[in-house]
Design a protein around this ligand. Structure first.
Ligand code: S3P
Length: 167
């Protein structure tokens, strides 16, 4: 049950965190925040450029700072980057400030949705192979969520209704 906390969406790339987050925020009349978008706005450049020019550790630092700051104050729907759950401090911030929902999808769906995206630096090169490896490496990384929804064959409205019914 939700006690006035944030709703935090976690899950691998391409599982629909931003799309679902936006639709959920609209339905509830809440503010929506996408941490990757906040990072890009603050840095004045793309996630791809941050990885290329400053490296992944610099991105992870910005990501942790962003998560800490957006989970304070006003209650929001927050969608996070797929790797945000790797840092314990981020998991803690998510757990203590809200209801955590994990989205999942099949490997094929993820590859179809984001395999060609040039702004997903971790998928450059052989995207299918990279998705496979990331899913394997992060197999249990999203297990701490309060509940999990498979978005593979579900329209956004159905996913939103499922979430609302659990809040
Ligand atoms: C990442 C996922 C991306 C973005 C960055 C790293 C990851 O977010 O934060 O490219 O480590 O899985 P999405 O999950 O929104 O694609």
């Amino acid at each position: 049950m939700l006690n006035g906390g944030n709703v935090v969406l976690i899950g691998p790339m391409g599982t629909g965190k931003s799309t679902v987050g936006k639709a959920l925020a609209e339905k509830l009349g809440w503010t929506f925040v996408d941490t990757d978008a906040v990072i890009e706005e603050k840095a004045g450049t793309t996630i791809g450029a941050i990885f290329a020019e400053q490296g992944e550790p610099a991105f992870r630092k910005m990501e942790s700072e962003t998560i800490a700051s957006v989970l304070q104050g006003e209650t929001r729907i927050v969608s996070t980057g797929g790797g945000a759950v790797l840092a314990e401090q981020n998991r803690k911030a998510m757990k203590t400030s809200g209801f955590v929902i994990a989205l999942r999808a099949t490997e094929e769906t993820i590859i179809m949705r984001v395999g060609n995206d040039e702004n997903r630096p971790l998928l450059q090169g052989n995207a299918a192979e990279r998705v496979r490896r990331i899913l394997e490496e992060r197999k249990h990384a999203y297990d701490f969520a309060d509940f999990t929804i498979d978005t593979t064959d579900k329209p956004v409205e159905v996913i939103v209704d499922l979430i609302v019914s659990r809040l």
